[in-house]
Design a protein around this ligand. Structure first.
Ligand code: SF4
Length: 382
């Protein structure tokens, strides 16, 4: 039987409220570029019709910020803006959205001499003025470097948790409480652990749950299901996203998968953790978003999965990432990683960059590296 929900405070995001015992809200993200208003509105509305309570849109430039005004006029969806590195754009976009998502690890990229505390104050003021909620989105691949340096290199949990708690305290100190937190990792077991620890310390703060770079369906859905089952059945979580590597026209599948998972948990149909045994090849791939610079990314992710099937029995991780914003950092922890630029794909082994290859060259290069890694770690193929 599921445990009672954590007593989180209600946080309104446009016409929906998360926390406070409300039904868990499914979210998704638009992969179309905001400046392509037609395409963006089409995708946002498709997600909204599928049941997304909130749809996130990434904004990196003034042009995209300007486009949000028209998107807002043409779509009924509750909108969240993802600021990534451009926190200063918050004031321009806040009038047209319902939630501002910022990543503590990305507040360092612009205006480096300005303390992060001032930047958070600015975001809280903007959100307050424009009736917006905030999400503090902590991500395994882009943890606040100041927190990272305070912990041992192999301590993945400490910096994420400390960063989230620190930002909560800072927002609380301004009297700004209309916020939620997410702590995402590509490993579902880590998602469970870090969210359990956070919820134990801040049971009042609504949590947005998800497995980042979960990958392609069906594996991506299975990974997310595993984490959500463990957390939601313990009363943790107020909103969710199933991040899937699929083309933009299939993004509604994220919402459908999320709704199915919630229905199954509510009905007591759980137990998927047994299906995800360790000790086999793990492909992590980002869900793509408007920052993808070459549309061939999703197709490449599918080809990597096909090409690596022969190595399924080896406990290795291959990361496939769509852009240079998160690609370099989020491939560091994988045994092999590729991240995509406009014309070239970067190939990495752990934190080491092995080279840049064309979209035609990358698969055989990746296979050669995979073969070499298998030979060095496991000897001849088993
Ligand atoms: S890695 Fe880049 S393209 Fe992929 S979801 Fe993250 S920001 Fe978007």
């Amino acid at each position: 039987m599921n445990a009672p929900r954590n007593p989180t405070r209600p946080v309104r995001i446009g016409s929906v409220t998360i926390g406070g015992g409300r039904p868990i809200v499914v979210q998704s993200m638009c992969t179309a570029k905001a400046w392509d208003v037609e395409a963006a509105v089409r995708q946002i509305d498709s997600l909204w019709r599928a049941g997304a309570g909130v749809v996130r849109v990434a904004v990196d430039s003034r042009r995209e910020a300007d486009a949000l005004k028209e998107i807002r006029q043409r779509s009924e969806a509750n909108l969240a803006v993802d600021l990534q590195e451009s926190y200063q754009l918050a004031a321009d976009v806040a009038p047209f959205v319902d939630k501002i998502r910022y990543n503590p690890g990305h507040l360092y990229h612009h205006q480096r001499s300005r303390p992060w505390q001032d930047k958070v104050r600015f975001l809280a003021d903007v959100a307050g003025q424009h009736d917006c909620a905030i999400r503090v989105g902590v991500n395994c691949g882009s943890v606040d470097p100041a927190q990272r340096s305070r912990f041992a290199p192999d301590d993945w949990l400490g910096p994420m948790l400390a960063s989230a708690l620190e930002h909560c305290e800072r927002l609380d100190s301004f009297g700004f409480t209309r916020y939620c937190v997410s702590l995402k990792d590509s490993d579902p077991r880590r998602v469970v652990e870090v969210n359990r620890r956070f919820a134990a310390q801040r049971p009042d703060v609504p949590l947005h749950l998800g497995v980042t770079e979960a990958g392609m369906p069906p594996e991506g859905i299975a990974k997310t299901r595993m984490a959500l089952e463990q957390l939601i059945s313990r009363g943790i979580g107020d909103t969710i996203r199933v991040s899937l590597t699929v083309p933009g026209w299939r993004k509604h599948e994220e919402v459908e998968a999320g709704r199915r998972i919630l229905e199954d948990i509510a009905a007591g149909r759980i137990g998927s953790q047994d299906e995800l045994g360790a000790g086999r090849l793990n492909i992590v791939s980002c869900p793509s978003c408007s920052r993808v610079e070459n549309e061939a990314f999703v197709e490449l992710a599918v080809k990597v999965r096909e090409m690596t099937r022969y190595a399924a029995r080896y406990p290795l991780t291959i990361a496939v990432m769509g852009c240079r914003v998160n690609g370099p950092g989020e491939t560091d922890d994988a045994d092999l990683g590729v991240w995509c630029g406009p014309r070239f794909v970067n190939l990495k082994r752990g934190g080491e960059l092995l080279g840049r290859f064309s979209y035609q060259e990358i698969l055989p290069r990746l296979k050669a590296e995979l073969d070499a890694l298998i030979a060095s770690r496991f000897g001849s193929p088993r």
